[in-house]
Design a protein around this ligand. Sequence first.
Ligand code: GLA
Length: 409
Amino acid sequence: MTREREGTREVVRRIQTSFEDVFGTADGTVVVRAPGRVNLIGDHTDYNDGLVLPMTIDRAAYVSARARNDDEIALYSLHFNDEVRYPLHERPPADAGSWVSYVSGAIEELRLRGYLTGGVEILIDGDLPLGAGLSSSAALEVAVVHALDVLFGMELDAVEAARLCQTVEHRYAGVECGIMDQFVSRLGRAGSALLLDCRSLEYEHVPFDPAAAGLALVVADSRVTRGLATSKYGERRGECLRALGILRDAFPGVESLRDVTPDLLASRRSVMDARIHDRVRHVLEENARVLHAADALRTSAFNRFGELMNQSHASLRDRFDVSCAELDTLVHAAQRTDGVLGARMTGGGFGGCTVNLVRATAVNALKSALSTAYRQAHGRSPRVYVLSRNYETKILSGRPRPGEEAAAR
Ligand code: GLA
């Protein structure tokens, strides 16, 4: 992260000044913001056709884009101070998972679908920590696609846009992720969490304003960046597929782990090794927890919500085996702190962040408990963010689409 929090107007002004520096003028640009996310509950369920309850955060990817009248693509990342130019019909050299792979991948998918036929200039900025498990890549994909959508009047359906961004992750970054991150970045709403059924893609904005309830959402970044995460993520996906195969042998109607009931799982217990059985159990119980958690939000039953977060962490640690010592240290320190309602790892795991629901009066106690415990166990401090609001994907400057205001929140 390169700077302290700025107001939206300052961010837009700074991006436009940078755009002028790189591309001459900022005339004819649109500026779009797409937020990162924290998942409140429901991890490793999305790619099993399950349920998730993520929420956008107040950190985001920002994109300023302008059409060219030739077919050149010109990309500039402020974070990396890096510029790439290439003709629309070619692919630039890009390592999987590099900023160029996400941006040029999004451009390529729009071109392949016939939405993009000419060149563009794109400048990228953002204040999401990269590789910290807050979906900086999903935010970048969503911001680029939305900026080009607005610029060229593509009128992409928002769900289609989220799926396109997921495809970018699969094809150009080599990560076989589920739909959660791109979906919530594109369709999440300020003041709400998003309950998503990853099979039907039906969703509900569940109002959630922690501050109004005297609470705060606190994110603690372990600063353990991905590393093993991608390969282990693929390994877990593989285990879920293996389990599905075993269950299908006996029950051909089972299409995904979403169709598996506890009784059905129990009936196949003897032909599954304990590890695979545990993976499925996590998915089934986590789906149930998501529904209970959404109910708890609807009825302001925040203590209950916190308990479900704690249970989710235990299951991700013990049954799905995607936590790590650093995440466990942060979660345990939080759970021992007075005023903390619940704490869990969030996202893919093997590093990244924890999310904590805490009474507003206990935020400082939590911060110091996290720092002390982390220092003692791992010799350094976590990065701690208190979410003050949550953003939605938005046009900040340039032409709004009907029904969408270009405004600074
Ligand atoms: C990563 C993936 C998501 C999801 C989570 C785990 O964030 O990108 O699709 O699978 O891990 O819930």
